[in-house]
Structure formats: structure tokens, C-alpha cells
Ligand binder design. Sequence first.
Ligand code: MG
Length: 278
Amino acid sequence: MADGSAASGTLGGSVASGTLEDAFGRLDDLAADAAAGRLALFLDFDGTLAPIVDRPGDARMSDELRGCLQALARRMPVAVVSGRDLDDVARRVALDGIAYAGSHGYCMRHADGREEEQGREFLGDLDAAERALHAAFDGAGDVVVERKRFAIAVHYRRSPVDPNLLERRVRACLSGVLSAPERLEMHGGKMIFEVRPRFDWHKGRAVMHLLACTGGRAPLFIGDDVTDEQAFRTLREEGPPGSVGIVVDHDDRPTWATLRLDDVAAVERFLVAFSARL
Ligand SMILES: [Mg+2]
């Protein structure tokens, strides 16, 4: 998990993942729904399709899983929804005929190639913040500022600086350069701060948006991280009947999902078995 705090703020109604039924117990029912044209498949990338690795640039999904997704995409709508930039995740999955959502859903590419973007009005704020953060941290050693299209990551994995002090410095940078600093917000994670627009758009909104193009299907969403909880919660609260969230977790964390799978290997076994039933 990148950030336990984001999930803990919205726990009412969630349950411990360890108490959830394993998704393999529902495999036949879900495959029957998919075969009847009632499901669309939505998948996170890191920690779901590809194992988490030390360097995000090294994340890869297996060729067997790629072949499985390709087969699934011939039978049902498939989308990959990631915190990575759109082109980055699309390059790693490398399949045509499926939809992609990058930047936690801000950037979407439909299966027919049509692209949409939410939150463009925040790009100027992010540009100003990026300049200030580079000025503050470049050359200071060990703190790396990485601009993504709709976020700025401040990595401090190798920095000896106290994270609390670093957080104050990042906040001071933002308030010093932005006329309305509240338009951006900071999210903590594993050895990273991420500055993102304060905007009610997230993976759950992207799933519902892409779902609207699938002709009344219900979403089956599989994800592992706290940003995926926004999708699980959206499906519970706003999804059509038959919506299913599967959390990839073996740590008994609180979740809005309704089923679970243990790890990336279990996701692959599940999707291969699911595909074989269609
Ligand atoms: Mg993930």
C-alpha cells in the first residue's frame, strides 16, 4: 500500500479484506455474467497485473497475462486504470482494443482510440509548483522531483532528511508560488509525496465514465492500492447492480471491495481461469 491514511479516512462501511470471500469462489458466477454480456473488466496495473518492484520503471506484466487480456478483450470490454501516466501504462500493457485510464483516471483513452482528459484547468498550477519544487530541491541531493502530467512526485527514498521537515518544505514551496495553493493537495506514500489537483475525480469516476460506453454492463474492478479504494467505494455507492470489487491483498486491510485475491500471481490464475470459461 502506498498510503494507509487515504483509506482510513473513509472506512465507514468498509470491512477487513481478510474476512472477504476469495474471488475464486465466485469464478463460475462471474464468468457466466461476463459470457452473458453483463460485465466489463477494469484492472489496476502495479500490484495487480504487474508485481511491485523497487524501481517503477522496471514493472512488467507477464506475456501469459498479456495474452489472457487480449483474449478477454475479444469477449468483453477491458480497461486498465492506473496512477501512471496514460502513455506509460498503455506502453507497459501494449494491447490495442482495450481502454486505458492514466493519472488516477484524469486521462482516458477509449478502446477506439478516442482520448478525454479531466482537470486541464489545474495544469497551470502544477507547472508553477513543478518549477518551484525543482528550484528548491534540484542539486540538493537525494530528493528527486518527478513531474507526471497530473501530479508531481517528490521522492525521498535515498534522502536523510526527516520526512516531516521535507513535507513542510514542500508545502512552503507550494504556498509561496501558487496564488491559490488549496487548488493542489499533498498525498503521502512510501518514500514519496505526491502533489495533485484538489479535484473530485479519481479512479472510481474514471470507471463510471468508461462504463457508460459499455451499454449497461456492470463493472468488475480488480486493484490493490488505496487509490483503488475510491473505485471500490464508488462501485458500492453508485455502481449498477452486479458491480464487483476485488481487492488484491493478504494483509487484512480495511477495504470497500467485496471479494479478494491474495497477490499478482492469484490475479493471473483467476483471469486465466475466467477467460477459459468464456
Ligand atoms: Mg496498484
